[in-house]
Write a protein that binds this ligand. Sequence first.
Ligand SMILES: NC(=O)c1ccc[n+]([C@@H]2O[C@H](COP(=O)([O-])OP(=O)(O)OC[C@H]3O[C@@H](n4cnc5c(N)ncnc54)[C@H](OP(=O)(O)O)[C@@H]3O)[C@@H](O)[C@H]2O)c1
Length: 360
Amino acid sequence: MEIGRKNWVPEVVRTCRRRTALECPARIRGLTHTIVGAVISFVFGLDGYDTRDKTTASKPPESLSKKILNRDRATDRRTLAFSLGGDLRVSRLGYGNRQLTGPGIWGEPLDRGEAMRVLRRAIQLGVEFIDTADAYGPDVAEALTAEALHPYPTNLVIGTKAGMVRTGPGEWHPLGRPEYLRQQCELSLRRLRLERIDLYQLHRIDPLVAVEDQLGVLSDLQQEGKIRHIGLSEVSIEEIEAARRLITVASVQNRYNAVDRVADPVIDYCEREDIAFIPWFPLAKGELSDPEGVLATVALRLGATPAQVALAWLLARSPVIVPIPGTASIRHLEENLGARALALAPEDLSQLEGLGRSPS
Ligand SMILES: NC(=O)c1ccc[n+]([C@@H]2O[C@H](COP(=O)([O-])OP(=O)(O)OC[C@H]3O[C@@H](n4cnc5c(N)ncnc54)[C@H](OP(=O)(O)O)[C@@H]3O)[C@@H](O)[C@H]2O)c1
């Protein structure tokens, strides 16, 4: 992320806060935040710079559309790139390849040639982040990715996952035993023809295995150079914080889209902490692309399609969001990537505001 004068100062404060949050008791932390913020506000004359710790200060609720508008005004632009783990800069609209497998996310694609063409077209159109998993197929989506794209472009980041066992079409079971996660990592490296996986995500925390063991083996794999960054999937803020006491969390992948906003607090947390938030089901499994659906009027006003509105809204929602819409169709892929050029106006944002189900 490029950092201008208005942006790098808060970034310094955030870094100080993160460090003190790890190292100091709460009372010293509060005092440090206030002093650091006040000194920087005084020296640099930032208007209205808020020295309170935003994780604890009570403030009046702000509507989501206002939050987006205020942030865009402050940064003066919608940034369309994000640095995963701080060092892997990717264009923020990625591609999820789970739809390339057979029915029930099981077996080979119905049209293998089209699946390969979709993957190659995604790269031609500037996709720099592909999300996949050992469980998609299983094995099929990773193998297709390598077959279509290896040797990979240098700017491509592949995120894969482990921690789900498949027993048949539509059947998914968490399995986080360390020896299984290690085996799956070795197999993903082989299938993807990689020496190191850029982003390795724990598909689910297995409730039957100690979380320290699940994250411990990922940390070992990272130290051995087999994975670069670690991500989590379907986790609460409490789970992310517990994980961060053991590892560095580069990304969180939870279900989220314009009508399903249960993960709102997790996104706000990720934004504060500079963690990528990768929303799965960004199109609500295709429901949001319905030409007569809830996004139809906004789409009509903008001369766009409902799927593009759904994705543009996610890009506007937070600069840490990296959507990964899934499709097995080149036409849909091209349409979806068109969302990068779509800017939502204040009236669009306020119209979309009311669609979501936020946590009560
Ligand atoms: N971490 C997790 O637990 C988890 C769970 C689920 C998914 N994921 C990830 O999230 C990614 C996205 O999820 P998803 O693919 O299941 O759901 P999605 O992106 O919300 O929706 C995909 C569905 O929408 C349709 N579609 C896509 N673009 C369209 C368009 N422009 N017009 C009309 N229909 C369109 C697709 O059909 P067509 O193929 O016909 O285009 C497909 O049926 C997955 O690929 C995977 O990487 C992660």
